[in-house]
Design a protein around this ligand. Structure first.
Ligand SMILES: Cc1cc2nc3c(=O)[nH]c(=O)nc-3n(C[C@H](O)[C@H](O)[C@H](O)COP(=O)(O)OP(=O)(O)OC[C@H]3O[C@@H](n4cnc5c(N)ncnc54)[C@H](O)[C@@H]3O)c2cc1C
Length: 381
C-alpha cells in the first residue's frame, strides 16, 4: 500500500472538509435535537455528487473508488454523523445492485441513487433476526410472474425517506442460506406500510423505521441476481460497506479529538491551561494513537478494494477496521467528554452528541461480536 494519498484525494478531502465545516457543522446540533431527516444536507450531498462516489460513472456515480468514498464519509462524520449516515446507507442499498444487478436494473435504480435523486434503504433486520440473518421470516412467494412479500422489518435506516428498498426475503425457507433472495421494492408499492419511527440514542437525524410487508407484490424483474443467492450477495456487500461504517466511526473519533484538543488549550484550572497537565496530555496522545491506527486500517482495506475488489483479504480487513475503528470512536468520544468535564456532558457542546452517535458504529452492519466471529472463522479456515 502507498501510504501517501494521491493529489486528487487530497483535493477531494479539502473540498469535502470545506462543505462539512460550512454547511453541516452549523446544523449538526439542530439535526440531532429535531430528530428530523436533514433534507437540506441531503440536497447538498446530491448537488456535490457525494452520494455515489464509489459507483462507476457509467451508472451515474463519480467512479472515484472506495478510498475516496471513505474519505468523504470520514470528513462528514467528523462534524455530523447523521449526515454521514445518508452516504453509508446509500452504499448499503446500492452495492447489491452494483454486484448482481442487470444492466437494466442498474439503469432503473442504481443510476438515480448514484446521482442522488433517489434515496435507498436496505432491509435485513427483523424482530427475531438481527445477528442471525437466516432467522428472518419475511417470505417472497412466486405469483403471477412476480413475488408476493410478507413479513416485518425493523430498524431500517431511511425506511421512511427512501424511494427504493433492497429487501432480504426467503424464496425457499427450507434451504436456509441457499433460500434467501434480494428484491428491490419501491417504497410506494401496494402492500408496503412504513411503520413507526424509532426514537434513538444517537444518529437522530437518520430515519429508522419498521417496515410491514402485507401481500406486497413486486414484478419478477425486481429480483436481484439469482434466487437463492441473496445471502451471499449480502455478505459480499458487507465487505464493501463495513469499511465505510469504519470510516464513519473514524470521523466521529477525529471530531471528538478536535474538540478536546482545542479545549485543553483554552481551559484554565489551577492557574494554567489543562494542556499542561501530563495526565491529560497522555490521554490526548493515546486518543491520537488509536485514531491514527484506525485510519491506517480503514485506508488499507479501502485501498485493497480499489486494487482488487475480489481480494480474499477484504473480508477480514473490513471486519477488523469496523471493530477497531468503532471501539476507537466509543473510547475517544467518552474520553473527550471527560476532558471537557461538565461542559462535555452539556448539550451546549457537541461532545455528548458525538458520544451518543459513536455507539451505533459498534452495533450496525454486524455487531463487534459478530466481527470477532467472522475474523476467527476466516483465520481458522
Ligand atoms: C440505528 C440503527 C440503524 C439500523 N439500520 C439498519 C438497516 O438499515 N438495515 C437493517 O437491516 N438493519 C439495521 N439495523 C439493525 C442492526 O443491524 C442490528 O441491530 C444488529 O445487526 C444487531 O442485531 P440485534 O439488534 O437483533 O441484536 P442481537 O443479534 O439480538 O444481539 C444482541 C447482543 O448479542 C450479541 N450476539 C448475538 N449473537 C452472538 C453470538 N453468536 N456470539 C456472541 N455474541 C452474540 C450481539 O453482539 C449483541 O451484543 C439498525 C439498527 C439500529 C439500532
Amino acid at each position: 500500500m502507498d501510504f501517501s494519498l494521491p493529489e486528487d484525494l487530497v483535493l477531494l478531502r479539502n473540498s469535502v472538509r470545506k462543505i462539512a465545516l460550512n454547511e453541516f457543522a452549523p446544523r449538526a446540533a439542530q439535526v440531532d435535537s429535531s430528530e428530523e431527516f436533514p433534507w437540506e444536507n441531503k440536497k447538498i450531498l446530491e448537488e456535490n455528487g457525494l452520494l455515489g462516489v464509489h459507483i462507476p460513472d457509467e451508472y451515474g456515480g463519480a467512479g472515484a473508488g472506495m478510498l475516496a468514498m471513505a474519505i468523504v464519509v470520514e470528513e462528514i462524520a467528523r462534524v455530523c454523523a447523521s449526515t454521514s449516515v445518508i452516504i453509508t446507507t446509500q452504499a448499503l442499498a446500492t452495492d447489491p445492485l452494483l454486484l448482481v444487478g442487470s444492466r437494466e436494473q442498474k439503469e432503473r435504480w442504481l443510476r438515480p441513487m448514484a446521482e442522488g435523486a433517489a434515496l435507498g434503504a436496505c432491509a435485513i433486520t427483523e424482530p427475531g433476526a438481527g445477528s442471525e440473518v437466516t432467522a428472518i421470516r419475511t417470505t417472497a412467494a412466486p405469483k403471477d410472474g412476480g413475488y408476493v412479500l410478507n413479513g416485518n422489518k425493523l430498524f431500517i435506516t431511511h425506511g421512511g425517506v427512501a424511494k427504493y428498498i433492497t429487501v432480504v426475503a426467503y424464496t425457499d425457507k427450507k434451504l436456509a442460506h441457499d433460500g434467501i433472495s434480494l428484491f428491490v421494492v419501491p417504497s410506494d408499492s401496494p402492500g408496503l406500510t412504513i411503520g413507526k419511527k424509532e426514537k434513538k440514542m444517537g444518529i437522530r437525524g437518520s430515519d429508522t423505521r419498521e417496515l410491514i410487508f402485507d401481500n406486497c407484490f413486486v414484478p419478477g424483474s425486481n429480483l436481484l441476481g439469482e434466487p437463492g443467492k441473496g445471502f451471499y450477495t449480502l455478505m459480499k456487500t458487507f465487505n464493501y460497506t463495513r469499511p465505510l461504517v469504519a470510516a464513519q466511526a473514524l470521523g466521529i473519533a477525529q471530531g471528538a479529538f478536535d474538540q478536546a484538543r482545542k479545549y485543553l488549550g483554552e481551559r484554565i484550572q489551577f492557574g494554567k491551561p489543562l494542556a499542561e497537565f501530563q495526565g491529560l496530555q497522555w490521554m490526548l496522545a493515546e486518543m491520537a494513537l488509536k485514531i491514527e491506527l484506525a485510519r491506517t486500517m480503514v485506508y488499507r482495506v479501502c485501498s485493497t478494494v480499489d486494487k482488487d475488489p475480489e481480494s480474499k483479504d477484504i473480508k477480514v480487513l473490513a471486519s477488523m477496521a469496523k471493530w477497531f475503528s468503532s471501539d476507537t470512536a466509543m473510547e475517544t468520544t467518552t474520553n473527550a467528554v471527560q476532558l471537557l468535564g461538565g461542559y462535555g456532558y452539556s448539550r451546549e457542546f457537541p461532545l455528548e452528541r458525538m458520544m451518543r452517535d459513536a455507539k451505533i458504529t459498534q452495533i450496525y452492519e454486524g455487531t463487534n461480536q459478530v466481527q470477532r466471529m467472522i475474523i476467527a472463522r476466516e483465520l481458522l479456515k
